[in-house]
Design a protein around this ligand. Structure first.
Ligand SMILES: Cc1cc2nc3c(=O)[nH]c(=O)nc-3n(C[C@H](O)[C@H](O)[C@H](O)COP(=O)(O)OP(=O)(O)OC[C@H]3O[C@@H](n4cnc5c(N)ncnc54)[C@H](O)[C@@H]3O)c2cc1C
Length: 702
């Protein structure tokens, strides 16, 4: 009896009857996920299963849990990777992290101070001559004018540890294979390690995932059923392959080996001599990029070009890596400790679809898009996918929206993934402009490699192919000798001048992209697109830094401004903080003017009909303090879910920044993106307009 109750509680139906009735009043929903939780008296249907416990799967499980949705994560590996990989967390991801209890503060406490990572340094070795150095932090990046939080430099595996801590606080357990004694299918709030997804079967009613695990030395297969399956299983996604979704774009741009090592002595040396985040090293012996993950702890990753099959990963033994490190560093440090060596391939691809199987299977993160790490958009785009998806999944499971609303995830996120792929490619080209100016073209190196593999070189035995390749590359690197690269050599002097121009004009690889980081905008989806929507022509991407311009157009992120949410207190919060991370709630921002209060009344009525949570925020200027004392109580009675918000500068600043009059109104979604806005008052029937707005956002049909 208790057991049955447990199953029912865990796998509650997707849509409760009250909501069905409310919607039936004036809208028809497309098919909803309504399968009850018990199958054949034994198995259960999970509301959400997530495949892959990388940063994207973990962030998604936190966001869903905070919105009250139970989910379980199935992870192939038995332990979490310690390879640092991503390290740059952009502004928008940090804003999302502000809603994950204490995460931002812990990242900020643990990351190295900004002065240790604000620069990219270009040199012939770490102890040799500096070819150029670029500082990527501008004063406005630290003043919190456009965002309440700054970017961060923090290794992916350390972030994973902090995310796991948050999940544990939310009641999650990390389970080894077999530790649940055969009750795996009934697991709630678990990260099931050592469970590799090997097959997927989707019916009209639910999705079945088969996992393979090794338990007591034996291979064991288990089935898990769910209403929604989300593949966050990385660049080689099994979920994507099993459902037959193809990737579109450019494959195999470059192959690299990533060497993770520790050397406190090197860390101390760089702290003293020339601290930075990335060191691009070009010398006659070798070429590589050193990523300083934490100079204080002496934690580094070297990225070295890799040319298989002439080179194999066995050529990168720890001993060989230590030698390579010495060549690049330019001197020996006795304490170099190589801990991991990993090959990887750079692609620039986006999945042709992000959703399939009747809206039951979705892809997020690297499973849906994989791009060059230049500009650090990979993990960040994935975290923002999770943020876009969480409130939509919660709305569908809670019965607020029909399952067709999940289509808006692909409609919104796929163009952003395609855009970020193009941007990362431009950034990659910008990164390559420096070696090209030095007479080293990676395109030429790749072409030479292809000729050796497929062309004339293919007739050589493989040992000779390697010798030929090494020889050709050594000739290429000879361009970097002091003999060539100096001011008194006409060729060297013209190359050095070209290099200086690249740095001065900001044409080398940039770290920050505020316009794209904070300014990305959804043109269609769970929003009311502008009717006069004249879109500017697509931007010509250059890979250069562009500033963010605040916008209140539908699809934009709500602009940030510090306000006082409780006029009785001195405490200030960001406008982004007006949106709750713990409930699926919309925010309507208005000024304290009569017609906007009327609009708010109608919005409340429609939200009540639809059982949507709505909060109205009335933005008061400091010069209307008299009115603020009385507040909005009388104007909004009997509605209670409102907040009088004091804008610290003048009101026109807020509405002016949004390019609106104070007769305007802004409706904000639970992911802080603007669902609808009007720049001045509305004519016509406000009730009908609000019905049109909410039904359009949630995909309900009149
Ligand atoms: C050198 C380098 C530097 C980078 N720097 C940055 C940066 O600074 N900023 C940035 O934003 N991005 C960066 N990236 C990209 C970033 O690392 C990825 O975008 C990020 O790891 C994607 O996260 P994810 O959760 O989607 O996938 P992953 O991190 O790949 O996680 C996928 C998880 O799924 C599991 N899995 C796989 N298959 C299965 C299966 N069949 N069943 C169950 N589980 C499975 C895997 O074991 C893994 O744990 C960098 C990448 C590289 C290579």
């Amino acid at each position: 009896m208790g057991f049955l109750r447990f199953i029912r509680r865990y796998s509650y139906p997707f849509k409760d009857k009250t909501r069905k009735r409310a919607h039936a009043l004036w809208c028809m929903q497309s098919r909803c996920f309504s399968k009850d939780g018990v199958l054949n008296g034994n198995d259960m249907v999970h509301p959400v299963l997530i495949i892959g416990a990388g940063p994207v799967g973990l962030v998604l499980s936190i966001l869903l849990t905070k919105l009250g949705i139970n989910c379980t994560v199935l992870e192939r590996n038995k332990a979490f990777s310690k390879h640092p990989q991503a390290h740059f967390i952009n502004n928008r991801s940090m804003e999302i992290f502000r809603k994950i209890d204490g995460l931002v503060e812990e990242i900020q406490r643990s990351q190295p101070p900004v002065d240790l990572w604000r620069k990219f340094i270009y040199c012939t070795s770490l102890s040799g001559s500096i070819l150029g150095s670029v500082d990527h932090i501008q004063p406005q990046d630290l003043t919190h004018v456009v965002s309440p939080v700054s970017v961060a430099h923090f290794s992916q595996y350390k972030l994973t540890m902090l995310l796991l801590k948050r999940l544990e606080n939310l009641g999650f357990q990390i389970c080894a294979p077999g530790s649940l004694g055969g009750k795996e299918q009934f697991c709630e709030k678990k990260i099931m390690m050592g469970h590799e997804c090997v097959s997927i079967d989707s019916s009209d009613d639910f999705v079945t995932v088969t996992t393979s695990s090794i338990i007591n030395g034996k291979r064991v297969e288990q089935n898990f059923h769910c209403n929604i399956l989300i593949g966050t299983d990385g660049a080689g996604s099994t979920v994507r392959k099993l459902v037959g979704i193809e990737m579109r774009g450019e494959k195999d741009l470059q192959k690299l080996v990533s060497i993770h090592f520790f050397s406190r002595d090197l860390g101390q040396f760089l702290l003293k001599e020339n601290p930075g985040m990335l060191f691009f090293i070009f010398n006659t012996e070798s070429i590589g990029v050193l990523v300083a993950h934490d100079l204080r702890q002496g934690e580094f990753v070297f990225q070295i070009p890799f040319y298989p099959p002439q080179q194999t990963i066995e050529n990168f033994s720890p001993k060989a890596c230590e030698e390579l490190i010495s060549k690049l560093v330019g001197r020996e440090f006795g304490d170099v400790n190589v801990v991991d060596i990993k090959p990887w391939i750079m692609h620039a691809e986006v999945a042709e679809r992000f959703i399939c199987s009747g809206n039951r299977i979705l892809l997020a993160g690297d499973a849906a898009h994989r791009f060059p790490p230049a500009g650090g958009f990979g993990m960040n785009t994935g975290i923002q996918d999770a943020h876009n998806l969480a409130w939509k999944v919660a709305s569908v499971i809670k019965g607020i929206a029909p399952s067709s609303m999940l289509n808006t995830y692909e409609i919104e996120r796929r163009p952003i993934a395609s855009f970020n792929t193009r941007l990362s490619l431009e950034n990659y080209k910008a990164a390559m402009s420096v070696p090209a100016a030095l007479g080293l073209s990676p395109t030429v190196a790749n072409t030479v490699h292809q000729i050796i593999i497929n062309g004339i070189g293919s007739i050589l035995p493989s040992g000779l192919q390697k010798v030929a390749l090494d020889g050709i590359f050594a000739i290429g690197r000879a361009q970097l000798s002091e003999f060539v690269l100096n001011e008194s050599n006409p060729l060297g002097s013209s190359r050095l001048a070209k290099l200086r121009r690249i740095f001065e004009e900001g044409k080398s690889l940039q770290l920050q992209f505020p316009a794209e980081d904070l300014g990305f905008r959804y043109l269609q989806g769970a929003l009311i697109a502008e009717s006069n929507g004249v879109e500017s022509p697509p931007e010509v991407l250059t890979g250069r830094r562009r500033d963010y311009t605040p916008s209140a157009r539908p699809g934009s992120r709500l602009p940030h401004m510090f306000v006082r949410a409780n006029p009785l207190s001195e405490e200030t919060v960001s406008t982004l903080d007006l949106v709750s991370g713990d409930t699926v709630e919309f925010i309507l921002i208005i000024a304290p003017v009569e017609e906007s209060y009327r609009l708010a009344h109608e919005a409340f009525k429609v939200a009540e009909e639809l059982e949507i949570s709505l909060k109205v925020c009335i933005f008061w200027s400091t010069d209307s303090a008299e009115g603020l004392e009385k507040g909005s109580k009388a104007a909004l009675s009997p509605w209670k879910n409102y907040a009088d918000v004091e804008v610290l500068s003048s009101t026109s600043n807020w509405w002016g920044m949004c390019n609106m009059t104070n007769r305007g109104a802004i409706l904000v979604r639970p992911d802080e993106h603007i669902a609808w806005s009007t720049s001045s008052g509305l004519a016509g029937d406000l009730r009908v307009e609000m019905q049109r707005v909410f039904s359009g956002i949630l995909g309900l049909h009149h």
